[in-house]
Every structure is written in C-alpha cells, then in structure tokens.
Design a protein around this ligand. Sequence first.
Ligand code: FMN
Length: 315
Amino acid sequence: MKKILVLYYTQTGQLKQIVDSVMAPLVGGFQVTYEELKPVPPFPFPWNGMPFFQAFPESVKEIPCGMESLQVDPEEHFDLVILAYQVWYLSPSIPVSSFLQSPEARKILGGRPVITLLGVRNMWIMAQERVKARIAEAGGRLVGNIVLADPAPNLTSVITIVRWMMKGEKGAFRKFGLRFPEAGVPAAFIEKASVYGDIIKDSLVKGSFDDLQNKLVSAGAVKVDPVLTNIEKRGKMMFGIWAKMILKKGGYNDPKRERRLKFFKYYLFAVIYLVSPFAAIIFRLIYFINNQAAAKIVKKYSNGMESASWRVESL
Ligand SMILES: Cc1cc2nc3c(=O)[nH]c(=O)nc-3n(C[C@H](O)[C@H](O)[C@H](O)COP(=O)(O)O)c2cc1C
C-alpha cells in the first residue's frame, strides 16, 4: 500500500477541513499519516490586536519559532508528502516556515514528490515562491499545488478576515448598511476540493506525477489574478523593508518594537484602502490592453512548479 504523509498547521480548523476534503478519496486506498505542526508556545487565536502585528516581522523574514517534536519518524519512507499551509503577511506562516527550515524537513522532503495545499485569503503567490525554494533546498520535488482562497472582493475580504482573526467572528454580518459575507474559504469550495483528491489518486495509481498540475489547474485548483499578483509583489518588497526596520528594535513580543508595529499597522491599512484600489485600476487597464502579459503571469504561477526568481537566501 502506498504511503502518504500530510503535514499541516491550522489555527481555526479551516485548513484541516480542506485537508479532509482533499484526502477523502485517498483514505482507505492508501496509508495516510497526518502530522500536525505545533508551535511552542502556540500563536493566539483570536489574535486580539497587537499580537497579530507582532507576528509580522518573523513571518516576513521567516524567523523560526519553537516547535513540538514531530510524531512521525523523519526516516520513514512516503510515496507522497502533502504540505498544507496558510499565508501570513505574504509569507508562509511562521510554524510552516519553521518546519521547512528544520533538519527533519530535509529528511522528510528530500527525494520525495511534494504537493502544496493552501487555504488563504487571496494573496499567496509570493509565499508559494518561498515555499517552492525551501522544498527545492530540502531536495524535494514539487509536483502539484492546490489553492483554496476567499472569493470575496479584495477590500471586502480584508474586513471580514480581520474581524475573524481579531475576534474569532467568522459569520456574515451587516455594517454601515452593507452586507458582508462569511469570512474565509466558502464551505462549497471546501466540499468541492475532493475532486483534487481524485486527481491525485489517479497520479498515485499510475505512478507518475508528470501531468498532475495541468490536470489540477484544469479542474480549477489554482486561480491566479495578475492584478493581485502585481500588488503582492510590491507589497512583499515593502514588507521586507518594514520588517527589517521593526526587527532593529527587538525580537518577537519585545515591547520596544510596539511603536514601530503601530506605525506599520497604520501604513498597512492606508495602503490597502487608499493605494491598492488605484493600483488595481491601473494594473487592470494595463492587462486589458496587454492581455498576453496577463496570460503569461497566470501560466507562470498556476502551472510553474519550479522556483522562479526567489532563492532561499534572498531574504
Ligand atoms: C497574521 C496573519 C496574516 C495573514 N496574511 C495573509 C496574507 O498575506 N495573504 C492571505 O491570502 N491570507 C492571509 N492570512 C489568512 C491565512 O492565510 C488563513 O487563511 C487564515 O489565517 C485561516 O487559516 P487557518 O485556520 O488554517 O490557520 C493571514 C492570517 C494571519 C493570522
């Protein structure tokens, strides 16, 4: 019986629901081992304000946190590794980047086919470039990528996710006479994700992952928006500068860096609400005129399995 290892971290449980849906067609026919990545101490949820921003510099600079030892034996052979993760500040979440930098990751990923499975708001491409580089560095071979995202308009999903992350309130609500949808990945998307499991199953049975990503993309497993991609790229660059500036004042949870984190908070919301709508209009116009450039971005980030421009040491 072929063996699959599923590594995941989740705060709200959303990613575990996604994992369960994707894995549904695979359990029974394959030996599946689940390994939950556990940071020590755990990150708070709900985040309640400042702790949410405290996680910013370490997310962006991929500074590892303490982690509980893994239950799985890193030397055990698996035919496929599925790495399920979420994005924090356009970067892999701290627990996941901590795992990727651990010596165990080299043993687990080295020489193995790897599929990444993401549950995010809507900005994941820069994080995935980093994860691609880390998997390659560990000697793994990325063979597939599946992304479940919040389909709400960008500014709407910022409001709903901030409420969810800060207060733990996920449901739809009304404010200022406006209706806001439920935060996160819709239940219908999660349910439908089992079709990706069927596609993975075919590849495992055939013993070849060569065409896996094309099939996943055809089934709707990855949607790339070139406009958001461009906003993300610029955001990632600015986040790097801010993270460096904040880290000069101290490490994780150091009160000395709170003033800079507050400035960053104002900067972040100003950029999201005042700058990004104009940037989105400009980029949309550019891609309307030059739709070949848009198609190139979509192809590169939905089908491309190789790390493009980011090298591991580039932070
Ligand atoms: C600190 C923090 C930063 C986040 N930043 C992003 C982001 O840059 N892009 C994105 O698409 N989602 C972002 N999210 C949403 C997460 O990717 C994820 O969807 C959400 O936290 C629920 O995941 P979980 O329950 O599996 O942990 C962020 C969440 C947190 C807590």
